[in-house]
Design a protein. Structure first.
Length: 321
């Protein structure tokens, strides 16, 4: 298709979907028959000029939201009613629920945004509606994971988030974990990295995933940063999860281990100072990681599902028996 034809398809689609004109009205405007207008609309969909998004109802568990907010002293909680949803369907709906919350926070003034990486964040960003917040600035807050799926990695998420909001983005040209602390220190002094790390001190909103320290599912193993034995060793020491490469146990205590000194990205004190720290994570396996992240002060806002919420509250009660 040449540019002129694409422009025609876009114009016809705009008349129909945005201005609510009837097909015969469009035909009169552009000088084609009504049947050709119908064909143009079909072609616009087939060629990707028009995209269709179905907004299924996002049912919330208000009682669980209130219970989590009180138990863990969270500022904002959203709990998706999971019902019979499979994992992939649940993640898409979770992303949509998180997207609506992020749109609300940005419209209220959260214009400097830090983003980590992960599947749940990708689903959230994919569900954002195009906006025009030209003063929004998006910062990648940890090095690149080197994930087998580059779509969910930090640089890609920062770019797509900025494009969706209409702002600018800034990425960290470094891996998440390096060979030794000396290399990390050198990278953190790099002018580009140092500038972004300095900006993280002024971030209004951090968007983070919550990873599990599990030898069977760890993305760190899949990305080649750690061996299964290393992750198993962390778990044996009591580690249950990580946020931005910061490792903690179920009570929120940070884990003192050599791996921590090799992570390139935002440090604990800087992350904790950010006013709004939104964790997006769900599923039964994330129960203890979410609980620990809340207790560590690494997140103070949460979007999760019914399954994880019930598990978190049960684990919370167990710790106080």
């Amino acid at each position: 298709m040449d540019d002129q034809h694409i422009e025609l398809l876009a114009q016809v689609a705009s008349f129909y979907f945005e201005q609510n004109l009837k097909q015969d009205e469009i035909a009169a405007r552009i000088g084609y028959s009504r049947s050709m207008v119908s064909r143009f609309l079909a072609e616009a969909y087939e060629k990707g000029v028009v995209e269709v998004r179905i907004n299924y109802p996002l049912l919330r568990c208000l009682d669980l939201e209130e219970a989590l907010q009180q138990a863990l002293n969270l500022r904002i909680v959203r709990v998706l009613s999971r019902g019979s949803l499979g994992q992939n369907q649940m993640l898409r709906k979770l992303g949509s629920m998180a997207a609506r919350l992020v749109e609300e926070l940005v419209s209220q003034g959260s214009k400097k945004i830090g983003v980590a990486w992960g599947t749940a964040l990708w689903e959230m960003i994919s569900a954002l509606r195009k906006s025009n917040f030209l003063d929004t600035r998006v910062y990648q807050v940890i090095g690149s994971s080197g994930s087998v799926n580059p779509e969910i990695d930090g640089p890609n998420l920062a770019r797509h988030l900025a494009e969706a909001l209409g702002g600018q983005y800034f990425t960290i040209p470094a891996p998440l974990i390096v060979d030794n602390p000396t290399t990390r220190e050198a990278l953190m002094r790099d002018p580009t990295v140092a500038r972004i790390m300095q900006e993280t001190g002024n971030i209004d909103l951090a968007l983070v995933g919550i990873g599990a320290i599990d030898p069977d599912t760890s993305i760190w193993i899949q990305s080649g940063y750690l061996t299964q034995e290393q992750v198993a060793s962390l778990a044996a020491q009591g580690a249950v999860g990580e946020v931005c490469g910061i490792i903690f146990d179920r009570m929120g205590n940070l884990q003192d281990n050599p791996i921590q000194n090799r992570v390139v990205g935002i440090v604990y004190d800087d992350l904790k100072r950010i006013p709004l720290k939104l964790g997006i994570s769900a599923g039964g396996m994330k129960t203890l990681p979410i609980l620990g992240a809340c207790r560590a002060g690494l997140i103070n806002c949460l979007v999760t599902d019914e399954c994880a919420a019930l598990g978190i509250l049960e684990a919370f009660r167990e710790d106080w028996k």
